[in-house]
Design a binder for this molecule. Structure first.
Ligand code: IVH
Length: 670
């Protein structure tokens, strides 16, 4: 138990305990559990508790007959303290099984996939680190709020629940339902009120279990709902929507279909957002979305079979924060970088770590000179997650006023805890732009590292991304660290990138909000010329893009500096390869538009292309559909003449085009 991994050998197999060791571990974990639930102080860490439970599970699966009846594997929490009246939950409150690695996640998915061969819809959401409660509403009125306790019997904390501001005491409809969720303390509130509590979860638990509701009220608790027995919800996503309608806050939940690798990637992406959440979280909950499948899968005595908490193997180490430097990114956002005394975390020496932003620094009360915790989790870059103890000589970390690269004044970003350099000529931003432009998912120009980019900029060889395409072999050879061969290879890589795929080129441009996936959507609209001409409204009409991003994209292409860079890139031979035609419901359709419609022509053209169709600019034999709006031109007469001659052009008049846009692949009539 001192080393949570001691029960695993080097092959990852679990070494099963002796019977005596098993019994003493059961005792220790029961004791730890009781102490935790009754006094909110944990004699062992969560990681140690989890590791212990896994050792028990291993023993109990090998020797089921020797399993102790009170083993913590069969219990969820602990019996309630005497001071509250107990409440018997009509249906048991479950815990969640953990998946601690990708292979455990895969096993979870495979177990479910065995039961149902069809593609499974999943829902992913943050795991909120708080205290589970069940809320019972009768005809819309909150009548009982009860803690989970041991899953079957909890404590009545109704008055205390009523002090939670974002927990509705009355629903907008007179429903008799149960809602379950997590009572927690926001990180920002914890920073202010923490007193002697070690972490927000202990504080949430301690605050909800106060006999005097006035004390609870002073603790500023929050609630998020994640379950209900309301019969109208057929999926978890629907349920979350319904909870919102009822006035509950909920975790941000995303639907997803795919295998365990897809789930893993989405979970990592979500986990990367964790520093921005105002609640503690130690993983992502992955749930089967469909309620009927949840019911089919059922549960064990402890946890549902349809959900898992995907926890990231995190490891923390203590070190000293030696200094903080500033870094300006390609969009001009300035971020603090922590430089720490080198320390080994999960086999890697860490020297630098992210401090995220000034809000994070302020919330954790970090100062230079402090002993801090550095954490590495999954694929995420190392981060500073807290102060272990304050240093003797502490230096506060100041909010910057000047850009570290160009020294121009910084500007606050509205609605964000960020500071931005607005100088279009800033070399720090240029460095970030080039780094992004050459990166693997963008133009994929191998062999141009950060240090070389810095030299290119400092020597005035590169002042924009377009300048990469006029570098000579001599320029590269003059940089540190290049020999003849590596310089030739780099020149070759730059040359090859000229015909990089259009979606990667769009991603490489670094348009705000346009990540890898959206770059694919943008590129699907057509050639670079079409993309540049597409209006904000037309972008906005594509469902994946929406109004805000639509304006950003059109605005980016309308900016004179960006137009100049694009022209120069094209002059220097960059000619991205268009994507293969989109397959969609309108594949094979060649449409021509005449007259005025209720949406702009640009918008309709974009929609047709996004659905796999093509848009013609004049009436030729290739045209399959003529969309006729108000005040049509002469094209309609010409088309009618062609139809007379037996040419199969379909005329779409009035609102016909709307039905046409929702056409399915094999319909040829509208
Ligand atoms: S679902 C029957 N979703 O984590 C489904 N639980 O460690 C069981 N928790 O007992 C719960 N965030 O108190 C679910 N988004 C979330 C959650 C969540 C936190 C808690 C819950 C559970 C515990 C297990």
């Amino acid at each position: 138990m001192d080393d949570p991994h001691s029960s695993y050998d080097s092959t990852g197999l679990v070494l099963v305990l002796s019977h005596d060791a098993y019994l003493s571990l059961v005792d220790r974990l029961i004791e730890a559990n009781n102490r935790y639930y009754q006094t909110q102080t944990a004699p062992i860490t969560d990681a140690e508790f989890d590791a212990g439970v896994r050792e028990l599970v291993a023993f109990e699966s090998a020797f089921p007959l020797l399993a102790h009846p009170d083993s913590p594997t069969k219990q969820v929490g602990a019996p309630p303290a005497d001071s509250f009246s107990s409440f018997h939950h009509p249906t048991r409150l479950f815990s969640l099984n953990n998946a601690m690695s990708f292979s455990e996640l895969t096993q979870f998915v495979q177990r479910i996939q065995k039961e149902t061969p069809a593609a499974i819809d999943w829902a992913l959401e943050p795991k909120i680190d708080g205290l589970a409660v069940a809320l019972y509403y009768s005809e819309g009125e909150l009548v009982t709020g009860a803690t989970r306790g041991d899953g079957q019997t909890g404590e009545v904390v109704t008055s205390n629940c009523r002090t939670i501001r974002n927990l509705p005491s009355r629903l907008p409809q007179p429903l008799t339902v149960e809602v379950r969720g997590e009572v927690y303390i926001k990180k920002s509130v914890f920073a202010r009120l923490k007193g002697d509590y070690a972490n927000p979860r202990n504080m949430a638990s301690g605050s909800l279990r106060q006999l005097d509701p006035r004390i609870t009220a002073s603790r500023e608790l929050s609630f998020m709902g994640y379950w209900s027995n309301h019969p109208d919800c057929k999926s978890h996503i629907e349920l979350i929507g319904w909870l919102r309608e009822m006035g509950f806050d909920t975790p941000h939940t995303i639907p997803l279909t795919g295998d365990s690798a897809t789930l893993h990637d989405a979970a990592i992406a979500m986990m990367n957002e964790a520093p921005n959440w105002d609640f503690e979280s130690d993983g992502i909950v992955i749930k089967v979305n469909r309620v009927s499948l949840q019911a089919e899968l059922g549960h064990t005595s402890r946890a549902p079979r349809w959900a898992v908490a995907y926890k990231f193997q995190t490891e923390q180490a203590m070190t000293t924060l030696e200094s903080v430097t500033l870094q300006v990114g390609r969009t001009g956002i300035v971020t603090p970088v922590a430089h720490v005394l080198p320390v080994l975390v999960k086999g890697v020496v860490i020297r630098r770590a992210t401090l995220h932003n000034w809000d994070h620094i302020h919330r954790l009360g970090i100062q230079v000179g402090d002993a801090v915790w550095v954490q590495r989790a999954g694929d995420v870059i190392p981060e500073i997650v807290g102060v272990a103890h304050p240093g003797h000589h502490r230096i506060p970390i100041m909010i910057p006023t000047q850009c570290p690269a160009c020294h121009m004044p910084l500007h606050g970003v509205e609605g964000e805890v960020a500071y931005r350099c607005l100088n279009g000529g800033c070399q720090g931003q240029l460095r970030g732009k080039i780094k992004h432009f050459v990166s693997r998912d963008a133009m994929s120009i191998d062999g141009l590292g950060e240090a070389s980019i810095d030299q290119l900029i400092q020597r005035g060889l590169v002042a924009s991304i377009a300048d990469l395409y006029q570098l000579t072999l001599d320029d590269i050879r003059s940089l540190d660290g290049y020999a003849e061969k590596s310089a030739t290879q780099l020149i070759q890589a730059i040359e090859t990138s000229k015909t990089q795929r259009l979606d990667r080129f769009i991603f490489a441009l670094g348009i705000p909000q346009v990540g890898k996936q959206l770059a694919g959507v943008v590129a699907s609209v057509g050639s670079m010329a079409t993309i540049r001409e597409t209006s904000a409204e037309a972008w906005a009409s594509i469902p994946d893009i929406g109004e805000k991003t639509g304006h950003l994209i059109a605005g980016w292409f309308n900016n004179a500096d960006h137009q100049q860079v694009l022209e120069t890139l094209f002059e220097r031979g960059v000619s991205p390869a268009p994507l293969p035609r989109v397959e969609g419901p309108l594949s094979g359709v060649v449409a021509l538009i005449t007259g005025t419609l209720s949406i702009s022509r640009n918008q309709l053209e974009t929609l047709i292309k996004a659905k796999g169709g093509m848009v013609a600019s004049s009436l030729t034999q290739a045209v399959t559909h003529l969309i006729v709006g108000d005040n049509p031109g002469s094209k309609i007469k010409k088309a009618e003449a062609m139809i007379q001659k037996g040419h199969p052009i379909q005329l779409l008049t009035g609102r016909d085009w709307e039905a046409f846009m929702s056409m399915t692949p094999h319909q040829d009539e509208c």
